[in-house]
Structure formats: structure tokens, C-alpha cells
Design a protein around this ligand. Structure first.
Ligand code: PMV
Length: 325
């Protein structure tokens, strides 16, 4: 009754922001991302009849409070599905620095969904696993399939899942993450999703999403870097415009984030294949082609206000790994 799974975080080119149904985490709009190789969460789940309560360890620390509640709620969902009442021991580790300011919930819930269902002897197909991971954290739906991944909003729970549009080897893009702030975000994404609908710009962003998705999908399939750069930067700006015009407003950027966005577009005009995208935080993900990765990395490292640069290629699907019995 135990299993261990690995999953990668992902970076979205077309962002998920806002839920139609917060309880089921049905998104306001479709989204598209790439998984990040090298960065990963490894999670072992063991159901144990001798345990009275779930025990959850994250990076060697015993979890308590709200972070624990979120994991227990997710385990409860799977227990209800499977008709099991046993408590579990969950041990999860991230190989990327805990305070790097990288969203870890996508990889965390993708790995947890896979390890928990496998430990119960359930072998779910990819769409079902993606739907399940979605319930823990929306973006986790996209960390289940490999490579370049689209999450269709769906009409309901049954068809709101993610699927791969191209494998990792299709296009060796590199994400150079410029870490500006390593501490936890002031307003987490669950609260942010709730605020999205308070912005008068959200409905325009949502209505326009099929267009941006089409452009991004086509750009990826044709390996058209300039086209992907244009639509991904616009999409990031549209999400942040919604954030900044929510009530209360959410301003995730720091001065350095803005300086970097300007610099990256200027580098692209000079011929460096690079574009930026930002999630619910100040760190700037600079996506580039492999031939320009060293230049981008060196420029980011030398950039005033950048604390660290984390480099990742395109990652595969969530998967089970062998462990000692
Ligand atoms: O999965 P969540 O609820 O943490 O939402 C992620 C939201 C963004 O990272 C800002 C955008 C995205 O699509 O990943």
C-alpha cells in the first residue's frame, strides 16, 4: 500500500487565472504550459492501518495548519473515491530551493495524485489523473502529462483536464528563472483566483483566450519562437492587468520585474531569442532558445536585483518510480 511518484512544475504561456467553480477548480479559461525538467517533487505515500491520522512531511518538516489541511482534504477526496478509510504517511521533497519563489503546488499535487492512487492500487488513465490533480491545485492538472500541455476548461468536471500537445523533445526551449524575491507570496493563488472576477478586465481576457490559445498552440507546433514570444508576453500582461485592477488590487511585480521585462524585449529586438512571462509573484521567467541560453543566463546573473538564476528545459510527464519496499 505504498507508491512513490515524481512530477515537474510547469510554466504557463497562456495563464489560468480565475475559476468558474472554485470548489471543483473549473477554470475561467483554458491554459497552456511547458513542464520544467530538472525541477521536481518526489512524493511517497504509504497507507498504514496503525496510523490514527495522516502524517505529512514536506522537505523533512512535519506539516501542520493550513498547508496540512489542504493535503488532508485532497487525500479525503481520493479516499472517498476509492472507498478507503485508512490514514496515510506522506513524505514529499522538492529538489528546488523551498524559498526560490517557484510555484511548487503544481508538481506537488500532480505527484500526490499519482502516488496516492497507485498506493491504493488504482491505475488511472492520464485524463482522470489530470482531473484529480486539478482538485488539489488547478495548474497541477498540467503537470500530469508531459512536454507542452494544454488544459481544456471543459464543460464540467469530467472534461476539464490537460493533455500533451507535443512531447519534450519537440522543441528544446529553456526557462531561465530570474529569482528576485525568494519569500512566500503575500496573496496566494487560491485567493487570487477568487479576486479575478472583481476586475472589469477579466471578462475581456477570458473571451479573448481561445485566440491566444490558438496562436500559442500553432507557434509551438511550428516552432515559431517570435510568434510564441508575442502571444505569451501579451498573455502575461493581460493576467497582471486583471490582478492589478482587482478589488483589492494585486500587484505582484517589483521594480526589478519591470526593468527585466523591458530588458528582455530589448534583447529580443537585438536578435536574442528570449521572452518573459510572470506568474503570481515578482520572479521573471525568461524563455529562450538553447543557442541563446548562456547569453540570457549571464545577462540575468549580472542584472541588478536578481538574486539567483534557475535553468530548466522541457520536462516529461508525472511518473511512478521504484523505491525500497
Ligand atoms: O494552480 P494555482 O491555483 O496555483 O494557479 C496558478 C496560477 C498561475 O501560476 C499564476 C498561472 C498558471 O496558469 O500557472
Amino acid at each position: 500500500m505504498q507508491a512513490t511518484a515524481l512530477a515537474h512544475p510547469n510554466i504557463a504561456f497562456i495563464k489560468y487565472w480565475g475559476n468558474r467553480d472554485p470548489e471543483l477548480r473549473l477554470p475561467a479559461n483554458g491554459s497552456l504550459s511547458m513542464n520544467l525538467a530538472g525541477l521536481m517533487t518526489r512524493t511517497r505515500v504509504q497507507f498504514d492501518p496503525t496510523l490514527a491520522h495522516d502524517q505529512i512531511w514536506l522537505n523533512g518538516q512535519f506539516l501542520e495548519g493550513r498547508a496540512r489541511d489542504r493535503v488532508v482534504q485532497f487525500l479525503d477526496l481520493i479516499r472517498a473515491w476509492a472507498g478507503v478509510a485508512l490514514a496515510a504517511r506522506v513524505e514529499s521533497e522538492n529538489n528546488f530551493p523551498a524559498g526560490a519563489g517557484l510555484a511548487s503546488s503544481a508538481a506537488a499535487f500532480a505527484a500526490l495524485a499519482l502516488a496516492t492512487t497507485a498506493a491504493l492500487g488504482l491505475h488511472l488513465d492520464e485524463p482522470t489523473l489530470s482531473r484529480l490533480a486539478r482538485r488539489g491545485s488547478g495548474s497541477a492538472a498540467r503537470s500530469v502529462p508531459g512536454g507542452f500541455v494544454e488544459w481544456q476548461p471543459g464543460r464540467g468536471d469530467a472534461d476539464s483536464y490537460a493533455f500533451s500537445i507535443a512531447p519534450p523533445e519537440h522543441w528544446p526551449l529553456i526557462d531561465c528563472v530570474a529569482v528576485i524575491e525568494a519569500t512566500h507570496k503575500a496573496v496566494g493563488s487560491s485567493e487570487g483566483h477568487r479576486l479575478a472576477a472583481t476586475s472589469p478586465l477579466q471578462s475581456a481576457r477570458v473571451v479573448d483566450t481561445p485566440r491566444r490559445l490558438r496562436l500559442a498552440r500553432q507557434a509551438i507546433l511550428r516552432r515559431d519562437f517570435e510568434a510564441l514570444a508575442e502571444v505569451a508576453e501579451q498573455d502575461s500582461m493581460m493576467m497582471h492587468a486583471v490582478m492589478m485592477t482587482s478589488h483589492p488590487p494585486l500587484i505582484y511585480w517589483q521594480g526589478t520585474s519591470v526593468d527585466l521585462m523591458r530588458a528582455v524585449t530589448a534583447w529580443r529586438r537585438e536578435g536574442v531569442a528570449a521572452f518573459y512571462t510572470l506568474d503570481a509573484g515578482p520572479n521573471v521567467h525568461v524563455i529562450c532558445l538553447p543557442q541563446d541560453a548562456e547569453t540570457v543566463k549571464a545577462r540575468l546573473k549580472a542584472f541588478s536585483g536578481v538574486k539567483e538564476v534557475i535553468v530548466a528545459g522541457v520536462g516529461g510527464a508525472a511518473r511512478l518510480i521504484e523505491t525500497e519496499a
